[in-house]
Design a protein around this ligand. Structure first.
Ligand code: NAP
Length: 258
């Protein structure tokens, strides 16, 4: 018996990185999983690798979370191919880092649109099904950068915005049997942080080591660390928790939270 037997889970941006790690854990625990990502071929390839069990299925769906029509079509396809939707993980993300005086309007819009508008559109499309069935779980992906990070005014604003989004939907959707929570990862070893290392002209291992030293547990995080927290928040064990943001960061935020 898996915790997610019979459940359908949709995860955006899950063709790789944290999303793929999370999709893998959901599949191991019995869920049918839809990987929604920009590139349908990459999403389908990733879905084919998921360790689904029993009658559960995995599909890849190409969609841009920042585009309303694309999102609505993706959610409808999931419901028709997998028979419903019970859990939504808003994970898709990008970075376009720069100091504000050098940041273009396009880079501001792109980051806000993918993270914040993307979560809004995906959640709006899913909640229609959640409210009808009086059951649903939403887990949003914030970041330790919500607390402020030089060169990330677009990303930090989007990630703190997601915490407000989470609290407000906790209030609005709680009466309909829907829990809305967020995880805020610290440094996680993925292609996203490898790309940051490249931009800073640093070796990937050296960059990871530097970030490991910057938190109390003295290691970097891995997609499985985030997956464990997401699965808990999406499980029925967490049904009395809503509107919360859980920092999963090796304690890196401890000295920054008031
Ligand atoms: P990643 O490896 O870069 O993966 C992100 C995925 O999202 C990619 O497959 C990407 O597709 C997809 N994506 C981007 N824009 C999209 C869109 N408009 N619609 C659908 N999919 C889209 O990133 P990650 O490190 O796993 O991060 C996952 C989430 O965790 C993000 O929200 C990120 O901000 C957050 N986070 C990460 C860290 C970290 O240290 N890694 C820390 C805190 C928070 P393409 O490859 O086609 O662009």
């Amino acid at each position: 018996m898996g915790r997610f037997d019979g459940r359908v889970v949709v995860i955006s941006g899950a063709a790789r990185g944290i999303g793929f790690g999370t999709a893998t854990k959901f599949a191991e625990e019995g869920a049918s999983v839809a990987i929604v990502d920009l590139d349908e071929a990459a999403a389908s390839e990733a879905a084919a690798k998921l360790p689904v069990t029993g009658d559960a299925k995995a599909i890849g769906v190409g969609a841009d979370v920042a585009d309303g029509a694309s999102v609505d079509a993706a959610i409808e396809r999931v419901v028709s191919e997998l028979g419903g939707i019970h859990v939504l993980v808003n994970n898709a993300g990008i970075t376009r880092d720069n100091l504000m005086f050098k940041m273009s309007e396009d880079d501001w819009d792109l980051v806000i649109n993918v993270h914040l508008k993307g979560a809004f559109l995906m959640t709006k499309a899913a909640q229609k099904h959640f409210t009808e069935q009086k059951y649903g779980k939403v887990v949003n992906t914030s970041s330790i950068s919500a607390l402020g990070n030089r060169g990330q005014v677009n990303y930090s604003s989007a990630k703190m915005g997601l915490q407000g989004f989470t609290k407000t939907l906790g209030i609005e959707l709680g009466p309909f049997g829907i829990n809305v929570n967020a995880v805020a990862p610290g440094f996680i070893a993925t292609e996203m942080t490898d790309a940051t290392a490249a931009r800073l002209k640093m070796d990937v291992e050296e960059f990871r080591q530097l970030n490991a030293e910057a938190n109390p547990v003295k290691r970097v995080g891995f997609p499985e660390d985030i997956a464990a927290a997401v699965l808990f928040l999406a499980s029925d064990e967490a049904s009395y928790i809503t509107g919360q943001t859980l920092y999963v960061d090796g304690g890196a935020s401890l000295s920054r939270l008031s």
